[in-house]
Design a protein around this ligand. Structure first.
Ligand SMILES: O=C(O)CCC(=O)C(=O)O
Ligand SMILES: [Fe+2]
Length: 439
């Protein structure tokens, strides 16, 4: 239940300033070549599932390289959803009940927004201490190279929408607002259909969720008892050198789960499956992608792993995506609902961001209680709770696909909150880090 001494997300963000370099996207209209600031090491093709032995063997291993597409109207939907969550942390849904018109309207508003001249979009720039507005994804600050993306974030519903829309569309912002409101409403309905299926496949009744469920459908503010959501519009313009550019760097979402709409025709989204590689999540007509986020990872005690995903860019196609981040009320304690618990209780949405890990894939590692197996970390640094209990066994660099290049030694830098920070030498990698418990 919501804690009385609630801390709002904006308070957390105020404590984590970003500088303009990590907020302002490139002016894509004016660039003809990939600037050095946006040139990442070449993409790791060897770790691409389309080249792996699984895909060429033709011996029925398709399910290992293909993200499942689930018909939500079918009798086995619940079982398929459970399997998708457990094996991939990602799946696509069709016959999901969201009207096509709602998806199409959102796509055209998204195109309209990003086609505005740069100086118009800049009027809605996300402030350094804020969460909503135009700009680069927040994970930008974990990387020395910049991503080939521009985004627009609307946190928490109507109030930020009403503040931002007139800045972008001063003459007519009602259409944009109506489309976003309707979209949010349809996504909420779908999320509330998916959540019981997921809980059911874990064998946990929804009344064990640590918040009132289903929640009231009235407006969402940052600290009341309703479910907290965020909408993220992404634009990936065509790129002159797609193999050296990165749309959105590998990360997990700090939500319970995210419902993602992506435009046709180019594939950009990829999800990492351990031991298999980066699998494309190709756009399927009218389908929506579901990504398990860090909070479900914790609730399910790791049974539903949060999906490590990234988006690559294309030389000719301009790709758009819209993510609906669904989570518990903002200040709720999240803890494993299965025994024995492998993660500590955590203060939901905001605690991940306290350490600058917002949308950065670190939240799960942060709460790892007894660690064996792997966790993900983004380049730069990863924060592990209670460092004295862990020993680093190995690290695998997903960028190059090779083992090694282990993070530097742990650094203990906050005596009031014992934690260990693993700093990686190269800032442009996603590591899988295997830890073992020190007895
Ligand atoms: O554009 C995509 O496919 C991925 C976007 C994403 O991962 C995000 O907004 O968190
Ligand atoms: Fe994401």
């Amino acid at each position: 239940m919501a804690n009385s001494s609630s801390i709002s997300l904006s308070q957390v963000y105020q404590a984590h300033h970003y500088n303009a370099y990590h907020i302002i996207p490139l002016n894509f209209d004016t660039v003809r070549e990939l600037p050095e600031t946006h040139a990442w090491p070449p993409l790791d093709k060897d770790n691409d599932v389309s080249l792996s032995s699984f895909s060429s063997s033709g011996d029925g291993h398709d399910h290992q390289v293909k993200v499942p597409v689930i018909d939500l109207s079918s009798d086995d939907a619940r079982e398929m959803v459970g399997r998708g969550c457990e094996t991939w942390g990602t799946f696509q849904v069709i016959n999901h009940g969201v009207p096509l018109k709602v998806l199409e309207s959102m796509e055209s508003q998204c195109r309209l927004l990003f086609s505005l001249p740069t100086h118009e979009k800049m009027k809605a720039l996300r402030p350094p201490d804020g969460a909503s507005g135009y700009g680069l994804p927040r994970i930008s600050c974990f990387h020395s190279k910049l991503m080939w993306i521009e985004g627009f974030t609307i946190m928490g519903g109507s109030s930020s929408l009403l503040q931002l829309a007139p800045k972008l569309f001063p003459h007519n912002y009602t259409t944009f607002c109506e489309v976003v409101e309707e979209y949010n409403e349809e996504m909420r309905k779908l999320a509330e259909r998916l959540l019981p299926l997921m809980m059911d496949s874990l064998g946990i009744p929804t009344d064990r969720l640590p918040w009132h469920w289903p929640t009231p459908t009235t407006t969402t503010t940052e600290t009341n008892s309703t479910t907290y959501t965020a909408l993220q519009l992404n634009s990936y313009p065509p790129c002159p050198d797609p193999n050296r550019a990165m749309g959105i760097a590998p990360h997990t979402d700090t939500s319970l789960f995210t419902i993602l709409q992506q435009t046709q025709p180019s594939t950009g989204l990829q999800v990492l499956r351990d031991g298999v590689g980066w699998a494309p999540v190709p756009p399927v007509s009218e389908a929506l992608v579901v990504n398990i986020g860090d909070l479900f990872h914790i609730l399910s005690n790791g049974r539903f792993p949060s999906a490590l995903h990234r988006a690559v860019v294309d030389r000719t196609h301009h790709r758009y995506s819209v993510g609906y981040f669904y989570g518990p009320p903002i200040d709720i304690n999240i803890f494993p609902l299965l025994d024995p618990p492998r993660y500590r209780s955590s203060r939901g949405w905001w605690q991940g961001s306290r350490f600058g890990q917002w949308r950065g894939g670190g939240a799960v590692d942060l709460y790892r209680e007894r660690s064996c197996g792997s966790g993900q970390s983004l380049g730069g640094e990863a924060v592990y709770d209670d460092p004295s209990s862990y020993k680093l066994v190995s690290a695998r660099n997903h960028w190059t696909g090779v083992a090694g290049a282990a993070p530097e030694a742990a650094i203990f830098d906050d005596p009031s909150y014992p934690r260990c920070v693993l700093r990686t030498r190269s800032p442009v990698v996603a590591y899988t880090i295997d830890l073992t418990t020190v007895s």
